[in-house]
Design a protein around this ligand. Sequence first.
Ligand SMILES: [Zn+2]
Length: 105
Amino acid sequence: MREVTMYECGICQEIYNEPKYALECERMGKEKALAKVGDLVEYKVEGNIPNFFVELRIKTIEDRGHCVEYLFEQYDRDRKDWIDFSYNVYGNIDFKYLVTKLNKK
Ligand SMILES: [Zn+2]
């Protein structure tokens, strides 16, 4: 029998066989959300020329270990209700690139 020791990142629970890798992983730290639930934002839809923008509301912000994931909802004028938006934004790098915060009206 052989005893095996493993090391877990305390943030994302990834398992490593050497402590230095687990420490390296932890050193990436944890993102802080750049917005809060209920904030109105403008989302850049790419792949169209020109790009266009949709107005969304942040529905939830999920903890994904090192990153945060943003989920949005869009106001449906026909239903007069908020519906889930198809695309989530994973991580603050993409959030900064795709999302602009709007001032409260
Ligand atoms: Zn980690």
